[in-house]
Design a protein around this ligand. Structure first.
Ligand code: SF4
Ligand code: SF4
Length: 216
């Protein structure tokens, strides 16, 4: 059986995620069910179409889009797709590529800051803790007071514990983070191969490993 032809970007995403964008036949079921489609500048099925095209301008448009940052990773699209494509994994990889190529749009940098604060909390404590997460996020975005009024209510409901919870296997968690970071290599969507990569800066990498193969 002949292999489908793939753009360099589609091949790089296939290598990194196991998701073959060339299989998408643009039925639109993913977009129809996506809870965030109305907030995306490129609809989910169009994201895959641009990956299929893989031209320089398509790649630039994708990596500078808000859509890849507005994806919740809810997997509704993956459940609906008749070709069993895990679009959330593709979005994860596109976010990684945007970080590597420095094309994260200004308006989306707070999303990236939140991802990083979340992962830093998991790395330190083995799990997410609200107070360290909020502190790191607020300092990195320099937006200290915009939602300060929420803090007392959260505190009195026990949502902002002063002492972070820690799990027993923190050293193991750190080793996982270190292995991801040391295994990371730089890549580009234009002109050269992009190596498989699951950096600790990508909150979707863990979910990608969970969903790939196991869901079907
Ligand atoms: S549901 Fe699947 S096949 Fe249909 S457009 Fe979306 S990704 Fe492509
Ligand atoms: S995983 Fe992302 S693209 Fe898919 S339905 Fe959820 S928000 Fe939409």
């Amino acid at each position: 059986m002949s292999q489908p032809s793939r753009s360099k970007l589609a091949q790089a995403i296939l290598d990194a995620t196991g998701q073959d964008a060339a299989r998408c036949y643009q039925c639109g079921k993913c977009t129809a069910g996506c809870p965030m489609a109305a907030f995306m500048d490129i609809a989910p099925n169009q994201v895959l179409r641009l990956v299929q095209l893989g031209t320089d301008s398509a790649s630039r448009r994708l990596l500078a889009s808000a859509a890849i940052w507005n994806c919740l990773g809810c997997l509704t699209c993956a459940r609906r797709c008749p070709k069993q494509l895990d679009l959330a994994a593709v979005m994860d990889r596109l976010r990684e590529l945007a970080c590597q190529s420095g094309t994260v749009p200004g308006a989306q940098r707070n999303v990236l800051a939140f991802h990083r604060a979340f992962l830093a909390s998991v790395r330190s404590h083995g799990r997410m803790n609200e107070l360290p997460l909020v502190r790191r996020y607020k300092l990195s975005t320099r937006d200290l007071f915009s939602d300060i009024k929420l803090a007392p209510g959260m505190f009195f409901r026990g949502k902002l514990p002063l002492r972070p919870h820690k799990i027993a296997g923190r050293a193991e968690i750190r080793r996982i983070f270190d292995a991801c970071q040391h295994g990371a290599s730089t890549g580009s969507v234009e002109g050269e191969a992009v190596e498989p990569r699951q950096p600790a800066s990508s909150p979707g990498a863990g979910r990608r490993r969970q969903t790939r193969g196991g869901r079907r």
